[in-house]
Design a protein around this ligand. Structure first.
Ligand code: SAM
Length: 189
């Protein structure tokens, strides 16, 4: 893995967050994606689950979740700019930490783990390793939710493994119908 490449990407994300390049994620156009993730949590997860949001950015998923629906929420992102924005919202029962998903080891077990438009940024060479590290911290019967823009070539095979049972796989259209996401919901077997 090219450390310099990852470092450069991180700098780019920080610069883009500072410039507001990702502000549009808060718009209605993107709302159906967050809504589907939240509906999946409600449908498949235990009540008031602990949720780990990998590549959380500015915490928009947490923003859209109802306070009462959450036991605990931890957002992880390697962009310190986005994590600062998320932390400044001061959400109830939530923490946000800076970490690189290539190396991240969750500190505790979670009921729900989410890759919301973040998995494809992980280098191919360590994707299996990252999934295994994350699954080790997903509770038995816990759920993993992955959202990927359009078809996500080369991504979905990492979720077709004996350790995961697919509960749902759906297509979510953006509000204006110009973009779509594929969303997989899995249970740890
Ligand atoms: C398209 S944004 C999605 C943000 C958020 N999940 C959402 O949907 O609102 C992708 C996020 O992944 C983060 N990211 C990319 N590579 C990462 C890595 N190696 N470790 C941690 N975060 C990473 C970026 O900083 C960015 O915040």
């Amino acid at each position: 893995m090219d450390q310099f490449h990852i470092w450069r990407r991180k700098i780019r994300w920080n610069r883009q967050y500072k410039k507001g390049r990702w502000d549009y994620l808060k718009n209605d156009v993107e709302a159906p994606r967050y809504a589907k993730i939240i509906a999946s949590i409600k449908q498949y997860a235990t009540k008031q689950p602990s949720i780990l949001d990998l590549g959380s950015g500015e915490g928009i998923l947490r923003m859209r979740l109802e306070d009462e629906g959450i036991g605990y929420f931890l957002g992880i992102d390697f962009s310190k700019v986005s994590i600062k924005t998320a932390s400044n919202y001061d959400f109830e029962n939530a923490d946000f930490q800076v970490a690189d998903l290539h190396y991240y080891k969750p500190p505790q077990e979670f009921d729900v783990i989410v890759f919301n438009e973040a998995f494809y940024y992980i280098n191919h060479s360590v994707r299996t390793k990252v999934i295994n590290r994350i699954l080790a911290k997903l509770k038995k019967d816990g759920i993993l939710i992955t959202s990927i823009f359009k078809e996500g070539p080369g991504c979905w095979k990492y979720f077709e493994i004996p350790e995961l049972e697919q509960l749902e796989f759906s297509k979510v259209d953006s509000e204006k119908g110009t973009a779509y996401w594929k969303l997989g919901v899995y249970k740890k077997t």
